[in-house]
Design a binder for this molecule. Structure first.
Ligand code: GLV
Ligand code: MN
Ligand code: MN
Length: 410
């Protein structure tokens, strides 16, 4: 079931290079529909909230003292980056269904409800904010702020949500879902460390903090044949210096990664000196102090470049997420589940962002990783060995069972 479902999801939004499933597009909606249908056929109760998050719940053992208490939750996302892979996000969602299916089939229902959530728009690949659905759920992003976000295609979140690829038909909409008692997210590592260390399971220690910026560089457009080289204010030349300064800032700060992965050049014509460039920067470290230090370096370099080249450069912050340590008790349940199944399991920090970063603000949260072959992710050839995918689900099911037995405040 796990592999068939992952393979089926991989057909939704398939391109020549990978998978394209941006939030509230036909392919992404089809993935949510498939999730809801699978969950129902597995006997789970399905609901959605106004942010597009879809919740699938396994009822607790009837009569258990905590049967009506907050659920133990797992989940991840169904959207992808452009030309992304089949496992980033989808694995945690389908793996969550698989874990609940095996728990239900065992006949030993847990004393608390268990829930799998497909969080909306984790990648931030359409609207300029990552972990959108889980940030709204956790109260980190007010709903009105999310609704007003404008996507790269010019459509607002609110309009896309109401449109044909928005909320699912036939799935009850509920607001104000309470926080879970505890949360665990299963995900691929997306880097090379576990493979290198021979680990099949990873116990996540913390998720790196992350900031995103938009830099708008305004120069002067002009005729490429007539404007002398010494009289130009070429926005793309200035942007290029800023891109290199971003790389330098990370290298000089250390234990930090920084990427300028999105550029829009205007008017983007061969025979016109570029007049405007808008570039986006993604900056991360497990050490928030390093993120701040690297940001200062980038801001100083951008200001120097602008002054030197006679352009205007405005750097705006569009997302700030502090580094998030995984909660001690949940992490220890994950550790037990992982070490029982893989003596080589390692403790590892996540450089990638995850919905667990947001849920961690309202509940004890932890994560389980499985290795990525060649460390490849956010590309079409993202792979994990089938046996490792299965082992991860097994560790997730064990963690969910243990967390459902544990005492939590809610
Ligand atoms: C999401 O995968 C991110 O880390 O940006
Ligand atoms: Mn992901
Ligand atoms: Mn991703």
């Amino acid at each position: 079931m796990l592999h068939d479902r992952l393979a089926e999801l991989a057909t939704l939004g398939a391109t020549d290079e990978g998978i394209d499933r941006a939030l509230f597009t036909p392919a992404e909606r089809a993935a949510r529909e498939r999730f809801a249908a699978w969950a129902r056929s597995d006997g789970l109760e399905v609901e959605q909230d106004r942010a597009g998050n879809v919740f699938a719940r396994l009822a607790a053992l009837p009569g258990a003292a905590t049967a009506g208490a907050a659920p133990v939750q797992c989940g991840s996302h169904l959207d992808t980056v452009r030309n992304g892979g089949a496992y980033d996000g989808a694995y945690g969602v389908v793996g969550g269904l698989e874990a609940l299916r095996t728990i239900a089939a065992s006949g030993e229902l847990p004393p608390r409800p268990l829930e799998v959530v497909a969080w909306a728009g984790e990648e931030g690949s359409r609207f300029p904010l990552g972990c959108l659905g889980s940030a709204v759920y956790a109260g980190l992003t007010p709903y009105e702020e999310a609704a007003a976000l404008i996507g790269d295609d010019g459509e607002s979140f609110a309009s896309a949500l109401r449109g044909p690829s928005g909320l699912l038909d036939g799935v009850p909409v509920r607001d104000g879902f309470p926080p879970p008692a505890a949360y665990v997210e299963l995900h691929i590592e997306q880097g090379p460390v576990m493979e290198r260390e021979g680990a099949r399971l990873g116990i996540v220690s913390a998720i790196a903090g992350q900031r995103r910026f938009r830099v708008t560089i305004d120069g002067t457009a002009g005729h490429a044949g007539t404007v002398p080289m010494n009289g130009r204010a070429d926005a793309l030349c200035a942007a290029s210096e800023i891109v290199l300064a971003v790389e330098r800032a990370a290298l000089e700060t250390g234990d930090t990664v920084a990427t300028a992965g999105h550029l829009v050049v205007e008017p983007n014509q061969t025979n016109i000196v570029p007049g405007r460039v808008v570039l986006r920067i993604d900056l991360r470290s497990v050490d928030d102090g390093r993120v701040e230090a690297a940001e200062r370096r980038i801001r100083t370099s951008a200001a120097e470049t602008a002054a030197c080249r006679g352009v205007r450069a405005v750097m705006e912050t569009i997302e700030v997420r502090a580094s998030v340590p995984m909660e001690t008790r949940m992490r220890s349940l994950v550790r037990t589940a992982c070490l029982e199944r893989d003596a080589q399991a390692i403790t590892i920090a996540s450089g990638a962002g995850h919905d667990a970063m947001c849920v961690a603000h309202v509940a004890p949260a932890a994560m389980i990783f499985v290795p990525s072959i060649g460390g490849r992710s956010h590309v079409g050839d993202e792979r994990t060995a089938p046996a490792d995918l299965e082992l991860g689900v097994d560790a997730l099911a064990a963690t969910l069972r243990a967390a459902a037995q544990a005492a939590w405040p809610t």
